[in-house]
Design a binder for this molecule. Sequence first.
Ligand SMILES: C[S@@+](CC[C@H](N)C(=O)[O-])C[C@H]1O[C@@H](n2cnc3c(N)ncnc32)[C@H](O)[C@@H]1O
Length: 271
Amino acid sequence: MIDYDGEALDYDASRGGEPRAQATVEALDRLLPRGRCTVLDIACGTGIVTRRLLRPGRTVLGVDCSQGMLRLAARRVPGGVVQGDASGLPVASGSVDAVVIVWLLHLLLDPVPVLAEAARVLRPGGTLITTVDKDDAYFVPDSDIARVTAEARRQYAPRVPDHCARVLDWAARQGLVEAGETEFPGTGQGRSPRSWQEAIQAGRIPWAGPDRMTGVCDGLAALPDQDTARPDPLYRVLALKYFGEHTRRRDSPRPRSRPHDVSDPLPPGRA
Ligand SMILES: C[S@@+](CC[C@H](N)C(=O)[O-])C[C@H]1O[C@@H](n2cnc3c(N)ncnc32)[C@H](O)[C@@H]1O
């Protein structure tokens, strides 16, 4: 896991800045409930997205485990962020209308405790919205880097914690129903073949580990326009609707219920 405390000051600029945050919120808004509602932003980071979720009638709370990230978020959403672990949220059960999780699941060894917590805090009828397949976002259809990296990524995909099929499988067993899907662009984040090779050689790309590295790098080196950035990544976002405890399949474990550190975590009337 990245040291987000250390990364906090560089985070926004290195992840597409305000244009990326705006594109993210436009995508989330296509899936969020309309009108008065409470929204929990799990792993809110610097609050760059959280702040843009605020609307008249919508109460928004951000949760993150990193003090460094939260310090920045608290400036953007005063009184609207708390420190907490996504696998043990300081939020009452059945208390929010929607949960958003942007760019967290791919970082986890096991996404299930976090998804279970998200389901626990949702009201029946509530919506869980999460990014999935994050590391595959760069490989938009018809891109040449998608083609030369396809086999390495295909072999690696089943092990990815935010693999869409894996999230949907968990959701089905918990009684959550797929309710929509959209995507947002990582504005300015497209990479050139040369920058991919450098990242692979530096060991920063999990699907191109030592065993697959040579073949993938040879393929990338053979592409034309070595320093031309390819299309911006398109990040996939999934919405799941939670219909309550009774819809959970009998063979599935109940989500962990935890004591609530915060009895009424949402500041009233935040818009
Ligand atoms: C890639 S950043 C995403 C931030 C934000 N959602 C955004 O779109 O800008 C991942 C965030 O997840 C937080 N995080 C990682 N593990 C966490 C956990 N177990 N509980 C809460 N936050 C966590 C990190 O501190 C970091 O702020």
